[in-house]
Design a protein around this ligand. Structure first.
Ligand code: FMN
Length: 348
């Protein structure tokens, strides 16, 4: 069905196609059984105190305002991360702000955290409930005077609804956000968030989402702050500002974050570097160009315990999670591996 619809969807503006997808997903009548695969138990993994049915998650940014996550879970994803959610509703940058780089299996976006804001989204999640594992990704408003306080508001509002909270310091489209990669600034932010956890007597997992554009010497600093400040997992990576020269598409010089295949190797290399330095202390969630069983497996053997994807879903459509699960199981069988856990970091 998607292969019939794809030429039509790819002919309309990417953001309009996305809005259409969210609207139709809200009415997705397909049962989750349709997206389960044979031997799926090989992909089960226990992490962050949760039982993930499989490691293929939908990355933040697709369901920014938590309108369709239950339906997305029914498409066979092991978990879904909604957001980035900011305290106040915001419209983001002027359009056009999402570009399809078809020949490169990539996207460039400079959306700038368009979302409905904490209050509306919190009520939406409360009323819709959760049919699986739900992560909530939080960030600051563009016009805020205090980015740290915006993160604190995100945590305060979602710690008792979400299965985990992602602290997003890595989107390239919000000014000053990536400054939180600085050791002192990051420490200060995590201290404030852990104080809120303590005051509210919650042990919700805090995840940190990192940029692929950091220098190597920053890795040990981030590892150090994360391990000393109760970070439950590190998400590697967000979109990149670089790697444009070899792209084929006319949109390659558009300002914004690049995702999809051109990010694949960059993020896998980053996973390997973090995995070595983390020494098993904190698990990694691998993101960036996952679009097949092979690319998923490469990230797992590089050190990722869970995965996420966004751009691959745009190019492969509703059966993405199912197809990747099938392909991944085939690879595991060929390698003589019984459960995904055995493959984590095998290549490092
Ligand atoms: C259109 C678009 C919007 C995104 N919005 C967000 C966001 O709001 N918050 C966030 O943490 N990441 C966001 N991302 C980044 C993705 O979550 C992911 O880290 C990145 O796209 C790399 O994965 P991929 O190559 O599978 O797309 C966005 C990505 C795209 C393509």
């Amino acid at each position: 069905m998607f292969s019939i619809l794809r030429p039509f969807l790819f002919n309309i503006d990417p953001e309009t196609a996305h809005d259409l997808a969210i609207k139709s997903l809200k009415f997705n009548p397909l049962p989750s059984k349709m997206f389960e695969v044979e031997d799926e138990q090989m992909l089960k993994i226990h992490l962050l105190g949760k039982n993930f049915p499989n490691p293929i998650g939908l990355a933040a940014g697709f369901d920014k305002s938590a309108e369709a996550y239950n339906s997305l879970l029914r498409l066979g994803f092991g978990y879904v991360e909604v957001g980035t959610i900011t305290p106040l509703k915001q419209f983001g940058n002027p359009k056009p702000r999402v570009f399809r780089l078809k020949d490169d299996y990539a996207l460039i976006n400079r959306l700038g955290f368009n979302n409905d804001g904490i209050e509306t989204i919190k009520n939406r999640i409360k009323s819709d409930g959760k049919k699986g594992i739900l992560g909530v990704n939080i960030g600051p408003n563009k016009e805020t005077k205090d980015q740290k306080n915006d993160f604190c508001l995100g945590l305060k509002n979602f710690f008792d609804i979400a299965d985990y909270i992602t602290v997003n310091i890595s989107s390239p489209n919000t000014e000053g956000l990536r400054d939180f990669h600085d050791q002192e600034k990051l420490k200060d932010l995590l201290l404030a968030l852990n104080k809120i956890k303590k005051e509210n007597k919650t042990d919700i997992s805090l995840l940190l989402k990192v940029s692929p554009d950091i220098e190597d010497n920053h890795i040990s600093e981030i590892v150090d702050v994360a391990t000393n400040n109760d970070i439950a997992a590190i998400i590697l990576t967000n979109t990149t500002n670089v790697n444009r020269d070899n792209l084929k598409s006319e949109f390659k010089k558009e300002k914004g974050g690049l995702s999809g295949e051109p990010l694949q190797q960059i993020s896998t290399n980053m996973i390997k570097k973090f995995y070595k330095q983390l020494n098993g202390k904190i698990p990694i969630i691998g993101v960036g160009g996952v679009n097949s069983g092979k690319s998923a497996y490469e990230k797992i053997i590089a050190g990722a315990s869970l995965l996420q994807l966004y751009t691959g879903f745009i190019y492969r459509g509703p059966s993405t999670a199912k197809d990747i699960k099938k392909e991944l199981i085939q690879i595991l069988k060929a390698e003589g591996i019984n459960n995904i856990k055995e493959a984590i970091g095998k290549d490092v």
